[in-house]
Design a protein around this ligand. Structure first.
Ligand code: NAP
Length: 282
């Protein structure tokens, strides 16, 4: 989509093209008696997490895949969560496992992520999945970072030799997308809450990835004219981490929220689950 000279990076278009490619693969799996199945685990009653899980389950169903929902109470222990994950690891009808982040504070989330079998780690949350991604050969890199790379690829936006500034260093988003951009030959600066003079660093960026978790955090005058702006943020009220209107003024290309990175993240999760079903069989 073009707005004047600006390219609005339409996540729905990217997601649709990914889902179209999955239809034939799902049909062929079903002919073999295999229906790709994503198991989602929701712990507690956080309404945003419940919405994300529901959206992922509905997306599976729309493509003719199965979604198995595991819901555990907020008082679930780390041990009980790990036991539930191990059951899904053993269940041959399940091909992908997604533990919705964040889990309640008393749970050791890292231990729970590590309990997911690597063959079913379709969101790249295990240490092994993370390391494979860093080496550049992961079957299942984290879905949001992979979605960001898919958007750049779909719109043929060059990465090699560009300076990418990533704001955020979380293990599911900032760090893995930094390494993916590095593997795609960008020069990468990863920023975080202790970074000095963030605005000056962002002003040097050809590609800006906002993964902060703060609404409208990235300001318009931080954006170098012609930069590509990817807003991975998703805050209450469908607000991203970028001040969209202000950043649009300087950017050459930008993702809107909610129709930017979000739908591509879900399509990536479906793609990884189909791939896992092809590898694991029934
Ligand atoms: P997170 O774990 O809270 O990490 C936020 C990162 O931002 C941290 O690395 C933090 O630095 C950094 N940060 C916080 N304040 C900062 C500041 N003032 N200046 C510079 N950096 C700062 O969040 P996350 O899970 O990565 O998620 C980030 C955003 O992406 C959220 O809006 C979330 O909703 C969204 N998200 C979207 C999708 C999707 O599908 N679209 C998926 C996942 C997440 P420190 O490390 O120093 O604390």
């Amino acid at each position: 989509m073009v707005n004047g000279e600006k390219l609005i990076l339409d996540g729905n278009a990217v997601a649709d093209s990914m889902k179209l490619q999955l239809e034939g693969r799902i049909k062929r799996l079903k002919e073999r008696g295999i229906t790709p199945c994503l198991a989602t685990i929701l712990v507690g009653d956080d309404p945003s997490s419940a919405t994300y899980v529901r959206m992922k389950g509905n997306a599976c169903k729309r493509l003719g895949m199965t979604s198995m929902r595991v819901e555990l109470s907020a008082s679930t222990t780390t041990e009980a969560l790990i036991a539930a994950i191990r059951e899904l690891n053993e269940d041959r009808s399940v091909h992908g496992i997604l533990l919705q982040h964040p889990v309640p504070h008393h749970i050791d989330e890292r231990a729970a992520f590590e309990a997911i079998a690597i063959a079913k780690d379709v969101d790249g949350v295990t240490a092994v999945g993370y390391a494979q991604n860093a080496f550049g050969y992961a079957d299942y890199p984290s879905c949001t970072p992979a979605a960001i790379m898919a958007i750049l690829a779909y719109y043929q936006l060059p990465i090699g030799g560009k300076h990418a500034v990533v704001i955020g260093r979380s293990p599911i988003l900032g760090k893995p997308v930094s390494v993916m951009l590095l593997n795609a030959d960008a020069t990468v600066t990863t920023c975080h809450s202790r970074t000095s003079d963030l605005a000056a660093l962002v002003r040097m960026a050809d590609i800006v990835v906002a993964a902060v978790g703060k609404p409208k955090f990235v300001q318009g005058d931080w954006i170098k004219p012609g930069a590509v702006v990817i807003d991975a943020g998703y805050n209450p009220g469908n607000v991203g981490d970028v001040d969209y209107e202000a950043c649009l003024a300087n950017a050459s290309a930008i993702t809107p929220v909610p129709t930017g990175v979000g739908p591509v993240t879900i399509a990536t999760l479906l793609k990884h689950t189909v791939h896992a079903a092809e590898k694991l069989g029934g």
